[in-house]
Design a protein around this ligand. Sequence first.
Ligand code: ADE
Length: 238
Amino acid sequence: MSKSTPHIKPENNPIAETILLPGDPLRAKFIAETYLEDVVQFNEVRNMFGYTGTYKGKKISVMGTGMGIPSIGIYSYELIHTFGVKNLIRVGSCGAMQEGINVYDVIIAQGASTDSNYVAQYGLPGHFAPIADYSLLARAKKLADKKGVPNHVGNVLSSDIFYNANKEATDKWRSMGILAVEMESAGLYMNAAYAGGDVKALGIFTVSDHLLTHEETTPEERQTSFTKMMEIALEIVE
Ligand code: ADE
């Protein structure tokens, strides 16, 4: 019988060891159609579309994760523990929090701080620091520099809250050097850490909005910076 989970039912279609994880399942479809060859669809449960194909001869999958740590927590856990996925690369957007970062820049999440309680499940006697896999991180940085893509490496905030009633929260995180806010990477990094050994994770983002300058991207500009981020993500794993 083919492997399946409550949320991923591939029905014998393959899932690659390397997967790109956008939040939006229609983004996953777009990535598969635009960048991959010989594509097969491996998931449609809850319309969380997943596809596998090849990029320059490398087998690679792409699947939506939904929004927030609980959602990416479910999908990445099942991908790792049932389907043997080893390299999980979140590709998304983020809101910049520092001067000196512009909309369209690329952020590479070295660390992912969070206001989520996801880490409580591990019962650790202290505070865990969710971090990216260094080999994926170093390669992403090298590729971004080589392509001349403006990029920033550092700590992001994976927040549970998009509409935050605590108006001071952003300033406090900013004062600790957080580059940008998104909503998933800390959960992904924790799941990778919990899996241990050879499971690697990285989050890379394009800046879609700026919390200080309130500058926003147009759909065309978003597409251009998305393309740059995708070119990096697709080439990270050799
Ligand atoms: N993703 C993109 N922009 C964001 C923001 N401002 N807050 C949280 N997640 C985001």
